[in-house]
Design a protein around this ligand. Structure first.
Ligand code: FPP
Length: 266
């Protein structure tokens, strides 16, 4: 096809896409947005292997999806986004893949920090980040410091994060407080736990998005997701689009959240 014609075709596709996105966006009710969206970004490896490429290629494509999804979340005013970027279990992957993931994290932060700053994003982490390789940790510390005064969207990166590890850490901290006489065991309550989680100060996720169709929670925010709504899609993370992100929010807005109660009228 001559280049003039193909440009015209891609222009038509692009206009149609924009119109579709606009029509989905119009359906979102701004007064019923999830305050916090957590995302399990799954399927990078399968996406790459289906293209006969190494898994790392999928993670690189996934980095672009991170950029696009955070932009979409900012566009509609989502206050907190938590990304499961590296789990405590991911250390058992092949060393070159771990190294590629850590270098991608470094590259992402280096490339995106200006844009995140101009968008007033604050960066937080959950997980034991002291175990990250020094180059990744340095970049992370720099980005956290650079964005520390921002008060717009909170981007929470779960790095070397495992929910069971987190709960063990909480148990140890509270055990120490009891041993030191700072709290009596029968005074331990909901707030004592919340105040000692990595997520202290972060509201529980309202919506979990998991790509690639797996029906698992994968040791992610087990305490915090007690009443979270799930949106599971077959789409692999590198293919996850802005429109699908908006559709996930729309789906959330259709849910009837009762938090274990019944409706007043029932
Ligand atoms: C799971 O897909 C994905 C990960 C373990 C890593 C996610 C990392 C990125 C999206 C890259 C960049 C992230 C940031 C925050 C800069 P998988 O490898 O388990 O896929 P598979 O199930 O198809 O094998």
């Amino acid at each position: 096809m001559p280049s003039g014609q193909s440009r015209t075709l891609s222009d038509i596709v692009s206009v149609a896409k924009d119109k579709y996105e606009e029509s989905v966006l119009k359906l979102i009710q701004p007064n019923r947005l999830p305050q916090h969206i957590a995302i399990i970004m799954d399927g990078n490896g399968r996406w790459a292997l289906s293209r006969h490429m190494p898994r790392i290629f999928g993670h690189r494509a996934g980095m672009e999806t991170v950029r696009r999804t955070l932009q979409a979340a900012r566009d509609i005013g989502i206050e907190f986004v938590t990304l499961y970027a590296f789990s405590a279990e991911n250390w058992s992957r092949p060393k070159p893949e771990i190294s590629a993931l850590m270098h991608l994290l470094q590259e992402y932060l280096r490339k995106e920090v200006d844009e995140l700053d101009s968008s007033n994003v604050k960066l937080l982490t959950i997980g034991n980040i002291s175990k990250l390789p020094s180059y990744a940790k340095r970049e992370l510390d720099c980005a956290i410091e650079r964005l520390s005064k921002n008060d717009g969207q909170k981007l929470v990166l779960a790095l070397n994060y495992g929910s069971r590890d987190e709960i063990i850490t909480v148990a140890k901290r509270i055990g120490t407080m009891v041993a030191n006489g700072e709290i009596k065991p029968d005074r331990i309550n909901f707030k004592t736990i919340e105040d000692n989680l990595y997520t202290k100060g972060i509201p529980d996720p309202d919506l979990l998005i998991r790509t690639s169709g797996e029906l698992r929670i994968s040791n992610f925010l087990l305490w915090q997701m007690a009443y979270t709504e799930f949106y599971i899609t077959e789409t692999l993370w590198p293919d996850f689009s802005r429109v699908e992100f908006f559709k996930a929010v729309l789906e959330y807005q259709k849910r009837d959240r009762r938090f274990g109660c019944v409706k007043a009228s029932s």
